[in-house]
Design a protein around this ligand. Structure first.
Ligand code: SAM
Length: 200
């Protein structure tokens, strides 16, 4: 499936100020709250290899690194890749819709705030699960189909982007031979989903 150029154009234009705005007065406290829930679900450990898929400017890569794990990232927006590299992160260009992520197998993969921009989120979840070692963990963070979720969608519609919002039953629908949905938690206007791949 080919990438949606509008998504990458949008994030390329956002990239230079993205990291700075993550710490802003409104977004900062929300990001910290979400970050705590995401880190609890991912539980990065020293010695683990973790991929941040759709890493943007590297906000979550920094949190993973702080916890002693080895982290790298992929993103489909070239300017985001450059921004994350400037912060010292190991990041490659990769479109999540096209194939499993390069460089695997990983112990864990995080995909935060990227799936809603993909044309076929279920397919991307399967690609990401393929990038894990058997028994590995995937943590996904996506917006809920809720009032605040619709406000978030409206904010992106103004930039010409159509994004997915997710109901709980959509998430259970990802279940398959390589995707075992283990836990779904509602956090602010989003879901944190913990997925594992079967052990051999
Ligand atoms: C809302 S930002 C979130 C970035 C980062 N995860 C964070 O929380 O700070 C979404 C990111 O996902 C990336 N993205 C969206 N669709 C993608 C795709 N199909 N392949 C790779 N990256 C994608 C965008 O380029 C953008 O950097």
């Amino acid at each position: 499936m080919s990438p949606d150029p509008q998504v990458f154009d949008h994030f390329n234009s956002e990239a230079r100020t993205y990291a700075k705005r993550s710490g802003g007065w409104l977004w900062g406290p929300l990001r910290r709250h979400e970050g705590r829930a995401i880190m609890r679900a991912l539980d990065p450990q020293p010695g683990e290899r973790i991929l941040d898929a759709g890493c943007g400017a590297g906000h979550y890569m920094a949190l993973i690194q702080e916890r002693g794990a080895e982290v790298c990232g992929v993103d489909g927006a070239e300017v985001m890749v450059s921004a994350a590299r400037k912060s010292g992160f190991d990041v490659d260009y990769h479109d999540l819709e096209s194939a499993p992520p390069p460089g695997g197998p990983y112990d864990k993969i995080l995909c935060a705030g990227a799936l809603e921009f993909c044309r076929d989120p279920g397919r991307v979840v399967n690609h990401l699960a393929e990038g894990l070692r058997p028994g590995g963990r995937l943590v996904v963070f996506v917006p809920r189909a809720s009032f605040l979720g619709r406000l978030y969608r409206w904010g992106h519609q103004k930039h010409g982007l159509r994004i997915h919002l997710f109901r709980e039953r959509d998430l259970w629908g990802w279940q398959g031979p390589t995707v075992q949905v283990q836990q779904i938690q509602s956090v602010a206007f989003s879901w944190v989903i913990r997925i594992v791949t079967p052990k051999p």
